[in-house]
Design a binder for this molecule. Structure first.
Ligand code: FPP
Ligand code: MG
Length: 320
């Protein structure tokens, strides 16, 4: 089952795709270079926003779509820049811009997508609260990446790992839910609860992402295995496997050298799978999902609540 059918929510999605396509059609070269970037995305962020925007009684698709589009553009811009930082060759099943063209082109395309997102937001008069939330979101994405980049090949503490994944992923999902709640004109406390749902969902999402980096199928995830390790990003499966003690020295030696080969990645995967790290990560992700579900406010429309619950179940069982 893919992500979109798992949510049981499809209403606005054809229009969302048209809106994304239109947003990157300013010029023939931009269109040619940008369209493939959106190919294999799950649309998790705009879907969270659109669902939360439907949580109240006054949903307007016309009002919601430009902001949903802007969220996917910001996310894609961040991935384009992330691939430069990681030196990644593949994303969403296609060759990255830094690999196919150059890092220079990729920087500019990321900037372009980012600017387009803010153009959509300004043109549609969403107001200061939403603009401020978006600025804070991008600021946190950058801080999360800077923290990560400053500590490459260094084993983070559990709390450092959590701060990082909160800034680079959970805060984004939380913002999508918060913006939906604001557009739906929910009470402040209900908006906060939706945002808390997004935070817990995001923590679980990133932990699963970090597991998939070691145990995913490249054809399904659309990116190369062991990418985090090779770029020096040390994540929860490794942190836990190191704590478990067995083969500590071999694993520590692999992850702290600045050139990691495919065979090092295979050895690391073997050590991780022989420890309790996979189970530990899955348990942590599952407990964040339990918290996410508990945060869903009772006032929201039943069908929206059901879809948000399905999304949270999908996030821990996903393979891409
Ligand atoms: C993917 O996560 C990357 C991110 C969640 C954030 C990247 C953010 C920046 C590069 C800051 C710049 C932002 C903008 C808007 C221009 P990951 O690296 O854990 O996962 P991956 O395996 O998919 O690369
Ligand atoms: Mg990355």
């Amino acid at each position: 089952m893919n992500f979109i059918s798992a949510t049981g929510f499809t209403d606005d999605l054809p229009d969302l795709e048209i809106s994304i396509e239109k947003a990157v059609s300013d010029d023939d070269f931009i269109k040619k270079i940008c369209t493939p970037l959106f190919g294999g995305g799950k649309r998790l962020r705009p879907i969270l926003f659109l669902l939360c925007a439907r949580a109240g009684k006054n949903y307007s698709k016309e009002k919601a779509l430009p902001l949903a589009t802007a969220l996917e553009l910001i996310h894609t811009a961040s991935l384009v820049h992330d691939d430069i930082l990681d030196g990644a060759n593949k994303r969403r099943g296609v060759e990255t811009l830094n690999s196919k063209y150059s890092a220079q082109i990729a920087v500019l395309v990321g900037d372009y997508l980012f600017a387009k997102a803010f153009q959509l937001v300004s043109e549609n008069n969403y107001g200061d609260e939403i603009s401020l939330a978006l600025s804070k979101l991008v600021k946190n994405l950058c801080i999360g990446e800077i923290m990560q980049d400053r500590a490459l090949f260094v084993v983070p503490t559990l709390s450092e790992y959590y701060s990082r994944i909160n800034l680079k992923t959970a805060f984004f999902l939380s913002t999508c839910c918060r913006l939906g709640g604001i557009v739906a004109k929910l009470e402040k406390s209900d908006v906060e609860n939706l945002a808390n749902y997004g935070t817990s969902l995001g923590l679980a999402f990133q932990i699963v992402d970090d597991l998939l980096d070691f145990f995913g199928e490249e054809k399904v995830t659309g990116k190369a295995l062991g990418g985090d390790l090779k770029s020096g990003v040390i994540t929860l499966p490794v942190i836990r496997a190191l704590q478990a003690g067995k083969n500590f020295t071999t694993l520590k030696n692999i992850i702290t050298q600045d050139k990691i080969s495919d065979s090092d990645v295979s050895t690391a995967i073997k050590i991780i799978s022989e420890s309790d790290a996979v189970e530990y990560c899955k348990n942590r992700a599952a407990s964040h999902i339990d918290c996410a579900k508990l945060d869903l406010p009772p006032v929201i429309e039943n069908s929206v609540k059901l879809s948000l619950e399905k999304i949270s179940d999908f996030v821990i069982n996903r393979n891409r």
